[in-house]
Ligand binder design. Sequence first.
Ligand SMILES: NC(=O)c1ccc[n+]([C@@H]2O[C@H](COP(=O)([O-])OP(=O)(O)OC[C@H]3O[C@@H](n4cnc5c(N)ncnc54)[C@H](O)[C@@H]3O)[C@@H](O)[C@H]2O)c1
Length: 367
Amino acid sequence: MESLELKNFYKGKKVFVTGHTGFKGSWLICFLHKLGAKVCGYSLEPYTDPNMFSLIHGENMVEHHIGDIRDYDHLYAVIKKFQPEIVIHLAAQPIVLTSYENPKYTFETNVIGSVNLFEAIRHIDSVRSVVNVTTDKVYLNNDSGKAFVESDPLCGYDPYSNSKSCSELVTYSYQNSFFNKKDFDKHHVAISTCRAGNVIGGGDWSDYRLIPDCVKSILKGEPVIIRNPHSTRPFQHVLEPLYLYLKVAMLQYNDINYMDNYNIGPEIENCVSVKEIMDYFVEYEPKAKYIVQHNENAMHEASKLTLDITKIKRKLNYKIIYSIKDTIKTIVDWTNEYISGKDMRTVTENQIDDFLRQIDIKYKKEK
Ligand SMILES: NC(=O)c1ccc[n+]([C@@H]2O[C@H](COP(=O)([O-])OP(=O)(O)OC[C@H]3O[C@@H](n4cnc5c(N)ncnc54)[C@H](O)[C@@H]3O)[C@@H](O)[C@H]2O)c1
C-alpha cells in the first residue's frame, strides 16, 4: 500500500523542517507526526493571529526552535544538535506583494537563508536527503500561457519570484560543487528542488492570498474583492505537494537517481482561474460572496501560470489525489469546523487520514 510505504519509511526518522510555523509547515509537521517521524523545526514565530501552528498545538509535535534563517550560527547549532537524516526547507518570505514592499528582506531570507542551510548541511554528516521547496514562479514568464517544464529558463520577475529562482541556482551550485551525483559514495547526500503551484488549504491566514481573503470575508460577513478574476494558477490542495516532498525525500534517500528538480501542480487542464475557484467556494459555502474590482495601479503579477508535471508523474508514478472541487470542499469543511470551535488538531489529522485513504484507493484502482 502506498501510504504504508511512507509510514514504514518515516517511522522514527529524524526530519528537520525550516518554516514549520507557517501554513505549509504546520500541515507538514502534522503529517510527519502521523507518520511517526521525529521532527525538529526552525522558524520565526507565527505572524498571523489566528494561525495554523497555534491552532494545532504544533509545539507539542516537534522539537520547536524559534530562529532566523539568516542567523547562520544559530541555525547550524540547532541542526548539529538534532543530527537529522532528512531536511525539508520551507522557510521563506513567500508573498509577492510583500516582496515589493521589502525586497532586501525577501532576498536575504530566501537566498542567503538557502545558502546558510546548505552550508550547515555541508558540515553535518547525518544528513542524507534534502528537499528545497521553491515555487512555480521561478520561471521566466512572458505571460504566453505556455506550461513550464523543468528545463525552462529561471528568472522570476518580482523580488519574491526572483529570490526563489536564486534559491534554485544556489541549490544547483551546491548540488554540483559539494553533493555531486558522481561522488555520492563519498558524501551520501541527495538534494532536490520542488516547484509547487499555488497551494491552498484550511488554516492559511496570510495577507494577499485568495483563500485567506475568502475566509476572512466570511468571518466579517463582507464580500471578498477579486482584482484579477481571469488569472489562472496551478491551484492545489496543500496535502498534494507535501505528500510529494515526502515522497521525493524518501525515494532519493534510497536511490540517488531521484535527485532532480520537479514541477508539482495539477494537470494543465485543471489550472483554473481565480473566478472559477471563487464560484466553487460560493457553491460549497453560500455565505461566501465576491465582487470584481480592477486596480489600475496594481503591481505586476503574471496573469497566466501553468506547469507541465510530466516528469514527476512519470518518475514518481504520481497520481493527483484531489480534484479542484474536492480541494475547495475540503477547505470549506476545515473552515466551518474552525468557525464552530472544533479542536483543529483533530480536524487536521482527520483530513490527513482521509488524504492517505484516498491515496491508497487511487493507487489501487490505477494499478
Ligand atoms: N503557499 C503557496 O501557495 C506556496 C506555493 C509554492 C511555494 N511555496 C513555498 O512554500 C514555503 C512555505 O510557504 P507558506 O505558504 O507556508 O508560507 P508561510 O508564510 O505561511 O510560512 C513561512 C514560514 O517561513 C518562516 N520564515 C519566514 N522568514 C523567516 C526567517 N527569516 N527565518 C526563519 N524562518 C522564517 C516563517 O516563520 C514560517 O514558518 C515557502 O518557501 C514558499 O515560498 C508556497
